[in-house]
Write a protein that binds this ligand. Structure first.
Ligand SMILES: Cc1cc2nc3c(=O)[nH]c(=O)nc-3n(C[C@H](O)[C@H](O)[C@H](O)COP(=O)(O)OP(=O)(O)OC[C@H]3O[C@@H](n4cnc5c(N)ncnc54)[C@H](O)[C@@H]3O)c2cc1C
Length: 471
């Protein structure tokens, strides 16, 4: 009997699971097995689900077997890489989890400047390996995030102004589609599917490995300048005028957060420069001199140090979380007032509000070149509630919802696919795929007509209209 989306579990045939376990090279963890409880946990401690089984795939053949099994048994299917999906798409109740954490192989070809990367690799692992050769590719800003999950939705990071998004550096991918076939796709082979993977966010299959283009990335400039919250309005107005002046090599993000030492809310501009250090010093100087700040922590550092600058507390697995986000092309005064009021009212010292500035090479790629349509100079605005006690969830989600209601009208009705929440309305999910939605829906019908891969910001399949019929 099938497991349904409504959460009404039918029994998975135990004999069928035993047969799957015998077929797999990697372990199949069931509720009675040691390690099951640890394996079912994800980054968001507020997500507490009990899958019928977790398939720890050892290779692409294991992935094929697990995908076919889920399809044939009518099981709800989750794909788990780094486990960082805020809505918890990497797990489910009563279904099957395809867990890729054992696919951790990384091969760097320093001469060709490429890296072949397993589907379960984390950014920390990839950055450490590529940096041994003085290379890197655009990756996320918290080092425990999964490479594949982040890339398939787009991939925003410190290098995006110079080298584009993670998807812009993806050269090829292996993918197991809903029919259980393993395909290797790139610009020449099944280019439509390769296009859809670059922004389609997990809708098109399981990716056991990816190949990236790498770039020379020597020591970088990075760090933050911190101001008291009572100057947050001024800082944000400076920040919105400063961002458009930046060359591709510079990144400027902004965060409202609680100073862990002083225990009071502050605002920080998070700065980075990918290029000659003296040039970076010159470009970033206005932001460092503005104020003056309470603290200026910007300094030359290894790239891997900048890649983990935001790990605490954001990378910590198991904290309780609730996250909303949207894109905006303007930081208007209403939005600034709303986020400053939210920070003054933080219900938890672990919560934060983040502005990621998307610009440069990431914004110049034509919207139709990859499935990632949001190619504009803009901010990705994230309001993230984080807390430790399960019993306090109501208070912290209320904090976020009430302040989000004030901020949301000042932003667009679309967001970054990887940051969408399960309670974002379907029209926002559709708007987030933008002008690429229709092509994505046709490709979804071709590669996943039964919507097996639906635990994600979902693209619903639509069959092509016969010629001559009215749509
Ligand atoms: C603390 C934190 C910081 C973040 N920072 C950034 C950032 O700087 N830039 C940015 O762009 N995003 C960022 N994100 C968002 C992040 O890109 C998404 O949450 C992404 O889905 C995480 O991937 P994962 O593998 O870690 O998560 P998982 O929960 O394991 O996977 C999430 C989903 O991604 C898909 N997926 C994962 N791996 C595969 C695979 N191998 N094959 C097919 N589908 C797969 C599946 O649909 C899966 O359900 C951040 C998230 C968190 C929690």
């Amino acid at each position: 009997m099938a497991i349904t989306d409504t959460g009404r579990p039918g029994p998975v045939r135990d004999g069928a699971l035993t047969a799957l376990a015998a077929d797999l090279q990697g372990p199949l963890l069931r509720p009675r097995d040691d390690g099951y409880d640890a394996a079912r946990q994800v980054w968001n401690g507020n997500v507490d689900r009990r899958p019928a089984a977790i398939a720890r795939c050892r290779d692409a053949t294991d992935v094929q077997r697990a995908v076919r099994f889920a399809r044939d048994e009518g099981l709800l299917l989750s794909v788990r890489g780094g486990g960082h999906s805020a809505p918890g798409y990497g797990t489910n109740d009563g279904g099957l989890v395809v867990d890729l954490s054992l696919l951790e192989e990384i091969t760097v070809d320093a001469g060709a400047r490429t890296a072949q990367v397993g589907g379960g690799v984390l950014w920390r692992e990839l950055d450490e390996r590529t940096q041994q050769a003085g290379l890197a590719t655009t990756g996320g800003t918290v080092s425990s995030t999964g490479v594949a999950g982040l890339t398939l939705g787009g991939g925003l990071g410190w290098l995006m102004g110079t080298h584009g998004l993670s998807v812009d550096n993806l050269l090829s991918a292996e993918v197991v589609t809903a029919d259980g076939e393993l395909r290797t796709v790139d610009a020449e082979n099944e280019p439509d599917l390769f296009w859809a993977l670059r922004g389609g966010g997990g809708n098109f299959g399981v990716v056991p490995s990816l190949r990236f283009r790498l770039h020379p990335v020597p020591e970088v400039l990075g760090g933050m300048v911190v101001h008291p919250l009572d100057r947050a309005g001024e800082v944000l107005r400076f920040y919105r005028d400063f961002c458009p002046t930046l060359p591709d090599e510079a990144e400027a993000y902004c965060a409202l957060l609680t100073d862990p030492q002083a225990g009071v809310p502050v605002i920080a501009m998070l700065l980075g420069y990918n290029g000659p250090l003296d040039e970076g010093e010159r470009v970033l100087r206005p932001a460092r001199e503005f104020g003056p700040p309470l603290a200026d922590l910007v300094a030359p550092m290894p790239y891997v140090a900048r890649q983990s600058m935001l790990d605490q507390p954001n990378g910590v697995h198991g904290l309780h979380r609730y996250w909303r986000s949207a894109f905006t092309e303007q930081l208007d005064d209403g939005l600034i007032d709303a986020v400053v009021a939210a920070a003054a009212d933080f219900s938890s010292p672990l919560s934060g509000i983040l502005f990621f500035h998307v610009h440069g090479a990431a914004a110049r790629v034509p919207a139709g070149d990859t499935a990632f349509a949001a190619r504009r100079v803009q901010w990705d605005v994230d309001v993230i509630a984080q807390w430790t006690e399960a019993g306090e969830s109501g208070r912290h989600t209320d904090w976020l919802r009430s302040h989000w209601a004030a901020a949301e009208p000042h932003m667009e009705g679309s967001g970054y696919v990887n940051h969408l929440a399960t309670d974002d309305p379907p029209e926002k999910v559709r708007a987030s795929f933008g002008t690429n939605l229709d092509r994505l829906r046709l490709l979804k019908a071709r590669y996943d007509p039964g919507n097996l891969f639906r635990l994600n910001p979902n693209i619903t399949p639509v069959a092509p209209q016969p010629r001559g019929s009215s749509a």
